[in-house]
Design a protein around this ligand. Structure first.
Ligand code: URA
Length: 241
C-alpha cells in the first residue's frame, strides 16, 4: 500500500519524484500551463505544495504524492536484483506502474532464485528487515540434491561454517521430503551472499531450486505468478513495522 504522508514540497520536485520526467522536464510542463493546483494553472516551479491539502493535476489528471511505495514481487528466475543494469533485466524493470524513481529491492535474491521480493523506497523499513540484529525471519523453500537428515537439522540449528569469520546464526530446517532430491523449508535471519546455497554446500548438498516464501510477517501471495507483482495491502505494510 502506498502511504500518503503530508509534506511541503516544490511543485517541480513533486512532479519529478512521482515520475513525471526530470526536474527540467517538470519545469517545462509547468511553464506550458499543463500543471494545475486546486484547479488553477501554476507557472512557478518553486510553488510549495502541501501534499495533504493541495490537489495537483497534470494535463487535468490527478497527480497524488506518495512518499513511499511498497510492492510485493514474485521474482522470476533470470532477472537480477538491482535497480538498473545496462544489459540485464532487473527486478525494477518488472514494476511497470511504479511512480517513485528511488525504489530498490529489499535484499538481493540470486538471479536463479524465485519468490518474495519487497520493492520500496522506504530505507528505514529495509534496514529493519535486513539487519541481522533485528532477527527478522526469512523463510525459503529449497530443493537439494541428496537426502536430508536429523543431523542436518542439528548442524544448521547450531550454526554452520560457510567460510565467514563467524558461523551462521542458528537456522531452522523443516524437511518436507528426503530422497535423491530432497525438499525443505529453511528459516534464516541473515542475508549473506548466496547464504542458503552455501549453508547446504557446507552440508555436502547442492541447491537445485530456491524460492523465498516469507520475510518477517510478509508472506508471498501465491496468486502471483513468477514475474507478477502487486502493491502491499495496508495490513501487510503495517505488519512490517
Ligand atoms: N540464499 C541464497 O543462496 N540465494 C538467495 O538468492 C537467497 C538466499
Amino acid at each position: 500500500m502506498a502511504v500518503a504522508v503530508a509534506v511541503k514540497i516544490r511543485l517541480d520536485k513533486f512532479l519529478a519524484d512521482m515520475g513525471y520526467g526530470t526536474r527540467s522536464e517538470a519545469k517545462r510542463e509547468i511553464a506550458r500551463g499543463n500543471v494545475k493546483i486546486n484547479g488553477l494553472p501554476v507557472r512557478k516551479p518553486e510553488t510549495k505544495i502541501d501534499t495533504e491539502k493541495d490537489e495537483v493535476a497534470y494535463k487535468d489528471q490527478p497527480a497524488v504524492y506518495e512518499k513511499y511505495e511498497y510492492y510485493m514481487l514474485n521474482k522470476p528466475a533470470g532477472v537480477i536484483s538491482a535497480t538498473t543494469d545496462k544489459k540485464e533485466k532487473t527486478v525494477l524493470d518488472l514494476i511497470e506502474e511504479k511512480q517513485r524513481k528511488d525504489l530498490f529491492p529489499v535484499g538481493r535474491l540470486d538471479r536463479d532464485t524465485e519468490g518474495l521480493l519487497l520493492i520500496t523506497n522506504d530505507g528505514e523499513l529495509a534496514h529493519r528487515l535486513l539487519s541481522p540484529k533485528k532477527h527478522v525471519d526469512k523463510i525459503y523453500y529449497v530443493r537439494v540434491q541428496g537426502s536430508l537428515s536429523e543431523e542436518d537439522i542439528r548442524r544448521l540449528a547450531e550454526g554452520i561454517d560457510i567460510g565467514e569469520e563467524k558461523p551462521t546464526l542458528p537456522a531452522q530446517l523443516v524437511i518436507l521430503k528426503s530422497g535423491q532430491t530432497s525438499e525443505a523449508e529453511i528459516t534464516i535471519q541473515e542475508g549473506k551472499f548466496h547464504q542458503v546455497k552455501r549453508m547446504f554446500h557446507a552440508l555436502g548438498k547442492e541447491v537445485v531450486y530456491l524460492k523465498r516464501l516469507r520475510m518477517g510477517t510478509l508472506v508471498l501471495d501465491e496468486n502471483l505468478k513468477p514475474g507478477e507483482y502487486r502493491k502491499l495491502t495496508k495490513e501487510e505494510r503495517d505488519g512490517l513495522c
